[in-house]
Design a protein around this ligand. Structure first.
Ligand code: CP
Length: 312
């Protein structure tokens, strides 16, 4: 594997899950694979889990991680072709990506969407520019439209905790005060479409995700109906896709409660706003998988780095 930019880079999710579980059982098994190799982590946006778990994954493979907060600490990067750079940007991505490629054997990038310019966000300008101008493999640590390290993590977690051959998995929208990206919901949807699960999405009208991603997955606008017989409820807020980037609904009736879950396992990528997205009683219950889910971020990232290292 050269780059990991999307869930579509997973050729066989079942074998990947088994391999990730094997890494989890013995994290230092491949400690020499990344010896004298450097992982560069470039953050255009904030992070707790991705930043730490991806470094931990690199360390488990014997790699040396180096981290930079690009926004604020680096020169403003220009992504446009042929731009007269007499504004706020001081360095073109052509030079920046080529230079970082000399310091790193793999580059991981986090760059969120604008949530204003749909066309620009869907072009994945930042991620694709790194793929184009870097001479080393690129890992997506959450881009404008996808969070494939999280999607892989979520597939691993469901595989670990399911008691059925084909569990019912529900992706539910929940309210939030801010406009949030679609990346987590998109990658979770794509991961579930590769799994042996009965998968449905529930969200208010006006909040359907990109139909090119949801495809034939059922979308139910009645949360109570969608939750019937659910084994796993994966919760996430996202802003409207149709009325791009807007918050058009904050109805607290969509908040996740213990009563609604009726014993289903609760999942969320974190960070989560308590008592806005989900009530305390859920997060503090044994049915919440969020901490175990966050632990699996390390093994998802470790598996991706391992697969890339085996081919560099
Ligand atoms: N879930 C996730 O990506 O967490 P961070 O934003 O803290 O990295």
């Amino acid at each position: 594997m050269k780059n990991y930019t999307s869930i579509h880079d997973i050729d066989n999710i079942h074998s990947w899950i088994e391999e990730a579980k094997d890494l989890k059982a013995n994290p230092l098994k491949h400690i020499n694979l990344g010896k004298h190799k450097t992982l560069g982590l470039l953050f255009f946006n904030s992070s707790l889990r991705t930043r730490l778990s991806t470094q931990k994954a690199a360390l488990n493979l014997g790699m040396d991680p180096i981290v930079m907060n690009v926004s604020g600490d680096a020169w403003g990067i220009e992504f446009g072709d042929g731009t007269v750079m007499n504004g706020n940007t001081a360095e073109h991505i052509k030079e920046a990506a080529a230079v970082v490629s000399q310091y790193c054997d793999i580059i991981a990038v986090r760059a969120f969407p604008t949530l204003i310019d749909k066309e620009k966000d869907e072009s994945e300008q930042v991620l694709k520019a790194f793929v184009k101008y870097a001479s080393v493999p690129i890992v997506n640590m959450e881009s404008a439209t996808g969070h494939p390290l999280q999607g892989l993590t979520d597939a691993i977690t469901i595989s670990e905790f399911t008691k059925k051959a084909k569990p019912k998995v529900v992706l539910s929208w929940a309210p939030h005060i801010k406009a949030l990206p679609h990346a987590v919901a998109n990658s979770f949807t794509q991961a579930m479409q590769k799994m042996d699960v009965d998968f449905v999405i529930t969200n208010p009208k006006g909040y359907n995700l990109n139909p090119e991603i949801t495809g034939s997955t059922p979308i139910i606008h009645n949360q109570e109906e969608a939750f019937k017989n659910a084994d796993f409820v994966y919760v996430k807020n996202w802003s409207s896709y149709e009325d791009y980037g807007k918050v058009i609904n904050t109805d607290p009736n969509w908040m996740i409660t213990k009563e609604k879950l009726a014993g289903a396992k609760f999942m969320h990528c974190l960070p989560v706003r308590r008592n806005v997205v989900v009530e305390d009683a859920v997060l503090d219950s044994e049915n919440s998988l969020v901490i175990k889910q966050a632990n699996n971020r390390t093994y998802a990232a470790q598996l991706v780095l391992k697969k890339i290292l085996e081919h560099v």
